[in-house]
Design a protein around this ligand. Structure first.
Ligand code: CMP
Length: 735
């Protein structure tokens, strides 16, 4: 073991209740029996949770065998750390803020610089003004969900998914919808009480379930003929003086209903069963929402229009102008800036209209020359994320549209979104009994571990090193095992070793609480103290079961000495990590440093390309993004920087660099372009973002904004020297 101490942090106390609830949920899936009101059974689960928590802390999971939990029914199950974390996140309340935004982004921890929008992860925090608006309008989809989480319906596989959109669209929790008679659950909304409200298009229901999927409330459609629904597509929720009201797009009946929880109908627009376009009529409305002005916004799909109705007098207060040429507008949403977002499905585009009805933004996500997977003829589900991206799904495929940069970003089959709480054994929330039995026989997680040579070859800083290097390094390595929460390296201590991660994941944390990075198999750490001769710059702790090679300082010096190019690679890695740490901990950066950081980020991305490719090769690849003619957007800070630079006599250019034949640009090409342009001036902006490049979401174009003393001709000349790049476009930017 390393000389540095091991500390095990407890899962919080709330996790005991979370574990009991998860077990109860698993029991409900198997037996259809809800233990909520069975005091003795719940008490037993809470007792079991104490032992389960201890095991999860040690091993990342725990198997449970309970006889006669309720009557003669027992429970065999496995609970994972990831499940407990997801449950805790779903139960926690989002913090609200006063007049000032917090200093750091609550989702990614980057400094916010007085802004309500995080420039790093795009998160839009709810400002006091927005909070006021939200109070009087329909509940936004993201309001009670954890940051960057989307709630999606997968009607074909009959499940509801909580998806982490920031981490590779990972499913963190799923609800099995097989248990309902419902066949097409749609438009799920996560409520403040941690229930889900949704419609069922097939069974003509509007209902609410808890996180296990148990039905809690249902609109009584048999109360009268007027209560009967036909193919409802959307339900929205708003509050008025303590009372909750639901707006239902009763699509097949060509009307909108406003009801309350006591099954009373308060308002209706459209005539039941009669499609029409005259005042008072609708044709297959698919979306509805109450705006903060108190009007009902309706996507009147069959009439190719969007309407706003004053529910007090049923007068139309706004109607989409004819000349917009809307075709099958399927979703409509009022934005906090009072613009209107319309998914114009027939034209495969998303429009943002200003209050005068004039388009301010347009994003076309499909046309005939594009990948057919972006074609979604009848989108059933729409979800707007906190970073303004839009998720659209037709029940089979799902795609993400980046509205700011105007392109479709990602598309995948819904069936491929798998519940993968535990990295190695993709399990569903309720794994089958064979799997449970098999797991409980295993002492440690059955993880595929790699041969030493494979690991070394996968370690990016060693790539390209001669075979003799690997041969000379091998005898010096000792293998150690760590468990979740074990500290492998402690910030501030003297470093006496470097580490190579063979299996598992570790987190790099700057005390007290900044997450700097998550490292995976093939990554190295602990190199900074050795090459920069400084105390440990951060704490590194295991987040799953880890196997790690340790290389002592002495061995490091001895083994690496004959290989200066490997030493240089490690030195470079250490420097770039130091730069990233400065950025993430909010140290003020000069423009020189900022561009170093960008370079460092890119270097890291190139480094990890191979790893990511290897890791995800068994999964479906995201489709390469498409963009129509587009330009970068500049926020206020960037506009200010450009303005100042122009005053100082610099030029500002936005370059769009393309690959030949609309082929996809590689991360390596992208970083070459960045390197080349950095020699010409300061890079202000990069698209796709470093994170997107990191995730391999490059298409054929890289866009960069450069502050430079050079002329556009000089820059284009330099770029022309690079192979495989088509002629680039260059725009002068003036603010
Ligand atoms: P060292 O300073 O020896 O101990 C802590 C280790 O965390 C450090 O070496 C690096 O290996 C790693 N580390 C520090 N900062 C970062 C960062 N920004 N990104 C990735 N790893 C880092």
């Amino acid at each position: 073991m390393d000389a540095e101490p091991i500390a095990v942090t407890d899962l919080p106390n709330e996790s005991l209740e979370a574990i009991a609830q998860i077990l109860a949920a698993l029991f409900y899936y198997r037996q259809g029996i809800s233990l909520e009101h069975h005091f003795e059974s719940m008490k037993r689960l809470r007792e079991v949770a104490i032992e389960v928590r201890t095991q999860i802390q040690a091993k990342g999971r725990s198997s449970v065998h309970l006889m006669n939990l309720y009557e003669e029914h027992g429970l065999d199950a496995v609970v994972y750390l990831s499940q407990v974390k997801a449950w805790l996140a779903l139960q926690s309340q989002k913090q609200t803020y006063g007049k000032e935004p917090p200093t750091r982004c609550p989702a990614c921890d980057m400094p916010l610089a007085q802004s309500w929008t995080c420039l790093a992860c795009g998160l839009e925090l709810e400002s006091p003004y927005q909070r006021m608006q939200v109070r009087s309008s329909s509940q936004p989809a993201v309001q009670f969900l954890p940051f960057h989480t989307a709630l999606l319906a997968d009607p074909e596989r009959r499940r509801l998914l909580f998806v982490n959109c920031r981490e590779g669209h990972r499913v963190v929790w799923e609800i099995d919808a097989e248990q309902w008679s419902a066949t097409v659950p749609l438009s799920p909304l996560y409520l403040e009480n941690h229930h889900l409200l949704m419609v069922d298009q097939q069974e003509n229901r509007v209902f609410e379930v808890n996180l296990w999927g148990k039905t809690i409330w249902e609109f009584k459609t048999d109360t009268s003929e007027r209560h009967q629904l036909l193919g409802p597509r959307r339900v929205a929720l708003h509050h008025r003086a303590q009372d909750a009201y639901l707006l239902i797009a009763d699509t097949g009946n060509h009307r909108i209903l406003m009801i309350d929880r006591h099954h009373r109908i308060h308002w209706q627009y459209g005539v039941k069963g009669e499609p029409g376009k005259d005042d008072g009529f609708l044709n297959s409305p698919t979306d509805v929402q109450l705006t903060s002005e108190g009007y009902v916004l309706i996507a009147d799909r069959g009439n190719h229009r969007v309407l706003e109705i004053n529910p007090d007098n049923n007068l139309i207060t706004w109607e989409s102008p004819q000349d917009l040429g809307l075709s099958l507008p399927t979703f409509a949403e009022k934005l906090p800036n009072h613009n209107l977002l319309v998914v114009d499905a027939g034209n495969y585009r998303v429009l943002e209209l200003n209050p005068q009805g004039v388009p301010e933004e347009e994003c076309v996500y499909f046309n005939q020359s594009l990948d057919p997977r972006f074609r979604m003829d009848d989108p059933l589900h729409y979800f707007r994320r906190e970073n303004q991206n839009i998720l659209l799904s037709n029940g089979r495929r799902i795609m993400e549209i980046d509205l700011i940069h105007k392109h479709a970003l990602w598309v995948n089959n819904l069936s491929e979104l798998r519940y993968e709480g535990h990295e190695d054994n993709g399990h569903t929330l309720d794994p089958n009994p064979d799997f449970v039995a098999w797991i409980s026989k295993q002492d440690a997680a059955p993880q595929a571990s790699m041969a030493l040579n494979d690991i070394l070859a996968r370690t990016s800083v060693f790539q390209g090193a001669p075979v003799t290097f690997f041969e000379s390094l091998t005898p010096y390595l000792t293998l150690q095992t760590f468990y979740p929460e074990d500290k492998i390296v402690t910030q501030g201590q003297t470093g006496d070793a470097m580490f190579i991660l063979k299996k598992g994941k570790v987190q790099v944390l700057k005390e007290p609480e900044t997450l700097l990075a998550t490292l995976e198999a093939g990554d190295i750490f602990g190199e900074m103290a050795l090459v920069l001769s400084e105390p440990r710059s951060a704490t590194v702790k295991a987040v799953s079961n880890c196997e790690i090679y340790r290389l002592s300082k002495w061995a490091f010096d001895t083994a690496l000495q004959p290989f200066p190019e490997v030493q240089a690679g490690i030195q470079k890695l250490a420097q770039s990590r130091a730069a990233i740490t400065r950025l993430k901990t909010g140290k003020h950066l000069s423009s020189q440093e900022a561009s170093e950081v960008l370079q460092a980020l890119l270097d890291q991305q190139v480094e990890r390309l191979q790893q990511i490719k290897a890791q995800f090769s068994h999964r479906s690849h995201p489709v390469i993004a498409f963009r129509p003619l587009w330009r970068l957007m500049y926020n206020k800070i960037e506009q200010h920087v450009i303005h100042e630079a122009l005053l100082a006599g610099l030029n500002c250019f936005e370059l769009h660099v393309h690959t030949y034949n609309r082929e996809v640009m590689s991360q390596l090409q992208a970083s070459h372009v960045v390197e080349l342009l950095q020699a010409q001036g300061d890079l202000l902006k990069l698209h796709p973002s470093p994170e997107a490049i990191f995730k391999d979401l490059l298409d054929d174009t890289l866009a960069l904004t450069l502050l430079t003393r050079h002329s556009p001709e000089q820059i284009l000349d330099d770029l022309a020297g690079m192979d495989e790049l088509a002629p680039s476009e260059i725009y002068s930017i003036v603010f």
